[in-house]
Design a protein around this ligand. Sequence first.
Ligand SMILES: [Zn+2]
Length: 282
Amino acid sequence: MQNLKMKRFIILNNLKHLPMTLKFLLFLTFLSLSFTIQAQESSSSNSTTSKNSSNSSNLNTSSAFTNTSAFTNFSTSSNSNTSVTNSSTSTNSSAFTNSNTSFSAREKQDVRVSTPGLFDKSKTIYFNLDSLNAQQWSFPLPGAKVISGYGARRHHSGADIKTCAKDTIYCAFDGVVRMSKSYGGYGNLIVVRHANGLETLYSHNYKNFVKVGDQVKAGQPIALTGRTGRATTEHLHFETRINGQHFNPNIIFDLNNNKLREGSVKFVKNGNGVVVKPVKNA
Ligand SMILES: [Zn+2]
């Protein structure tokens, strides 16, 4: 953005001989250009329903988790879960488990794509955070401080967390890389789709270590922090998404304390959107 201002200044100075009206027109052109660039990140990630964001930011829900509801078991390989809620998993036919390691052209190109089959069997799915053992989750940027929360800036689609330049970014959960590329205001971006349909997004990376189709593990180094795309400082722009729609990552992680939240997260399909709520486990 600094460079843009400089360029604007230099060009305007070199055009002193032009009539006033023409200068003004040029100025307007530059203004709209810089607005386009500023709007890039939010427009590329916010066109899905934002009506649910008020729901998703409510962390104080008291509704209890019920075992009869559909439950999606995050892990397909672990049998170390001891949570009460998992007892219903094996008999529940509505569980969604993503086994896809190949993606359509659109899935590799667009952050906002819906997840095929996610809500086909049930309009409600759960992600039981308590069921994960220490090897099944990782804070994406250990030691990080939140420098800008979800929704804090104009339609901020994720949380900005920061340590230092070129620090290691770790994959939050086991999954498959759906996108790994340079993507507008996001800069170098990685999107990982997890077994339960949850997606995590890591952007402004200095360097990506993984490519589309790679199977990644929780805690695996996937990138280095940078300031590619629209970023004014080296940091990680971290997003959580369900069916293409972003929601507050602070529902999954306690971002201030760098740890996984307790309980479950409930995803309810609602028209074209998804209502996201943290719930307590029974
Ligand atoms: Zn951000």
